[in-house]
Write a protein that binds this ligand. Structure first.
Ligand code: UGA
Length: 433
């Protein structure tokens, strides 16, 4: 099959590489010449484990093409995917300008008798109907189109695995012809195939992300109770999670969720709900608790560091990515700098993005040890594996005072006690010496 993917962010590029790897001919359209050149040369532009290798492999096999031009790609494709960003506006609404612009460009360049246009960007319920209208207004006479919503559920950091071994593939469309083509394309992908209407497919995406964000905020809410009233949040949540109806996944408390999806999607669903006259207080509370988790962590640094030099381990919004969009680290670093702290930072992937925001206001360290040297406290913001088995004896010996404030609960309190650390984690009894 020949397909086009407009956009080469996480969703676009991972999908393109996976579909090409199944043997399809895949065109990827971008709009920045320098980025398209880099992609053609096998540079994925983002850090995603395994992506560079898959990209290089499929470029070499001549199945994956990058271009700035719509005509050469769209005119040959049976399916065209829209995977451009839908960033939040000031009021939380998703900004759909890019999606609609792309829709227009696709429409003008359609040549095949029948083409499926499928939106993988996360868009509010009703958007695909608007895309269909734009396509119909701008398409050449005589070509037929069908619109389909095919939301994407991959996580950054495990994007390839999540695409190849998806839990489900959701296809929303009123056209059986479109559904059949999309089923054929997704055939090698594991997981349940959910065939539904456009509105349901659009809502499935927001409902999935919002319920995951709610689970995280609920875990954080319980951690606040544990901190105020005594109790161990990990024991509480483990026991709660043994109930199969609830489960334990996505209930890790800490510094809260970040990234380009949960914060934006919870706000966008709230905004859609407000427009529809629905009570959205559950979603609002999810967002408020997430913000409180960040502030709670910041207050611990201020209260317990006992000095003004802080080492920060982990800046990306989660491990295995260089992405810092809406990351807890951004709020926390800004607040620490405003309060006059000297901040030594370390992250194995995110420096490039962090430097764009903070420039030389931070002290960049080549490894976690350098970031810890001479510090009054270390604050852990991302649960990168390399922090889990670090030489804590060495860390203790190079710090001014052995204080660790852990926003990801990566160490056991009893181990930290034995090692002689003062250790404040989330929702667990503090360790003091
Ligand atoms: C999320 C969803 O998990 C994907 O299914 C979805 O496709 C994607 O958004 C999207 O809409 O594109 P992602 O944002 O890449 O994926 O990352 P997650 O692994 O979901 O983590 C999001 C945030 O929640 C991270 O900051 C992570 O540290 C935090 N988190 C996660 C917790 O604080 N606690 C947890 O228990 C789990």
């Amino acid at each position: 099959m020949t397909i086009t993917i407009v956009g080469h962010g996480y969703v676009g590029l991972v999908s393109a590489c996976c579909f090409a790897d199944f043997g399809n001919e895949v065109y990827v359209i971008g709009h920045t010449p320098s980025k398209i050149e880099r992609l053609k040369n096998g540079d994925p532009l983002i850090y995603e484990p395994g992506l560079k290798e898959l990209l290089e492999k499929n470029i070499k096999a001549n199945r994956l093409h990058f271009t700035l031009e719509y005509p050469e790609a769209v005119s040959k494709s049976e399916i065209v995917f829209i995977t451009v960003g839908t960033p939040p506006k000031e009021n939380g609404e998703a900004d759909l300008e890019m999606v609609f612009d792309v829709g227009k460009q696709i429409a003008k360049n359609l040549k095949k008798k029948f083409t499926v246009i499928s939106c993988k960007s996360t868009v509010p319920v009703g958007t695909n109907k608007q895309i269909e209208k734009i396509l119909n207004e701008n398409r050449p006479v005589g070509v037929e189109i069908a619109v389909a919503s095919c939301p994407e559920f991959l996580r950054e950091g495990s994007g390839l695995h999540d695409t190849f071994f998806a839990d489900r593939v959701v296809i929303g469309s009123y056209s059986q012809k479109a559904i059949n083509l999309l089923l054929e394309l997704h055939e090698p992908i594991t997981g349940k195939k959910v065939i539904t209407d456009l509105a349901s497919a659009e809502l499935i995406k927001y409902a999935s992300n919002s319920v995951l964000a709610m689970k995280i905020s609920f875990a954080n809410l319980i951690s606040f109770y544990c901190e105020k009233a005594g109790g161990d949040v990990e024991t509480v949540l483990d026991a709660v999670g043994f109930d199969k109806r609830i489960g334990r996944v996505f209930m890790d408390p800490g510094v809260g969720y970040g990234g380009s999806c949960f914060p934006k999607d919870v706000r966008a669903l709230t905004s859609t709900g407000n427009l529809l006259g629905i009570n959205t207080s559950l979603l609002q509370a999810t967002e408020d608790i997430n913000q409180e988790a960040r502030m709670n962590f910041l207050n611990k640094i201020i209260k317990y560091s006992g000095g003004k030099t802080i080492g920060v381990w982990g800046l990306a919004f989660k491990p295995n990515t260089d992405d810092i969009r809406f990351a807890p680290s951004i709020d926390i670093l800004h607040a620490l700098l405003d309060k006059g702290y000297a901040v030594k930072v370390y992250d194995q992937e995110a420096f490039g993005n962090v430097k764009k925001i903070f420039g030389d206001k931070l002290i960049y360290s080549k490894d976690p040890y350098e970031a810890a040297t001479g510090c009054d406290a270390i604050a852990i913001l991302t649960d990168w594996n390399e922090f889990k088995h670090i030489d804590l004896d060495k860390i203790k010996s190079i710090m001014k005072k052995p204080v660790i404030i852990d926003g990801r609960n990566i160490y056991l309190p009893e181990v930290m006690k034995k090692l002689g650390f003062t250790y404040y984690s989330t929702g667990r009894v503090p360790v003091t010496q």
